[in-house]
Design a protein around this ligand. Sequence first.
Ligand code: PEP
Ligand code: MN
Length: 337
Amino acid sequence: MILVINMFAKEEEVDAIKNKIWKLGYETHESVGMNHRIIGIVGDTSNLDQSLFDTNKVIDKVIRVQEPYKKANRLFHPDNTGIKVGNEYIGGKKLCIIAGPCSVESEDQILSIAKSVKSSGAGLLRGGAFKPRSSPYSFQGLKKHGLELLKYAKKETGLPIVTEIMSIEFLDDFIKDVDVIQVGARNMQNFELLKELGKTKKPILLKRGLSSTIEELLMSAEYILAGGNENVILCERGIRTFENYTRNTLDLSAIPAIKKLSHLPVIVDPSHAAGLWWMVEPLSKAAIAVGADGLIIEVHNDPENALCDGNQSIKPNRFENLMKQLKLCAEIEGREI
Ligand code: PEP
Ligand code: MN
């Protein structure tokens, strides 16, 4: 971190700043130029709070050199992190494909979709039991019964399950029954929830907030990691932009950026990004091309009558065909499915 000191600062004011830095356990490196006087804070400043200096009236500018996250930072963890879920390993050569309906609607629905996505090669089953809907009048999910149905589908197919948590109310059930706990875009900055998940050892699928920067996503991951849970999978699911043809704008550049900044695995959700079923295929291919470690895709056996997100859900036969194509894309990238 670099502090640019006002040229008119008094010597005792500069000394007070340096003393504050030393007391925090850092060393200082000073240089005095023609128009600027600069204090460099030497040491690992990833968890140093910038606001400790922002308000000092003789400091003109505070410049961060190091990212404000440490555990998620590739700088301190050069090797990729891989996360084991059942027989799947998320973040390795093999891409992780998660598929299933937006919401669990009935036993028949989830079982039939689970069986078909499994036979097409999906490694994990998705399905929402607790649904974050924009309208309180929309279907809110089957809640605990939905979890029971997911458990049943897992028992029948062997597919590990991914489902979204909205509050800590049912955290014990999630820990017991769910293989990957999803934190949805709307809860990416629910810091109390993130802290609680940090105390568990469960793999967490952390989705990027609707209007969050890459750094904010990594800071949210840091909350979970700082609590002691190192099993974090990031997910790019499209962000809000001025474009409204698609539901969101898939930020493909976030994938290589996150790969450069962090060692955590990152997957792409083309369904929520586009909001259009026919865009799932090209966006999935693009995601693999830019280095994603996997995909989470909404598949529904009757999209026209789906209780949630039917317009962005593909049918099982289309998913089967997509998987065949994605295998070829993976090969080009030196990956496999
Ligand atoms: C979902 O996965 O069903 C979901 C609600 O996603 P997001 O939080 O990305 O909107
Ligand atoms: Mn959905």
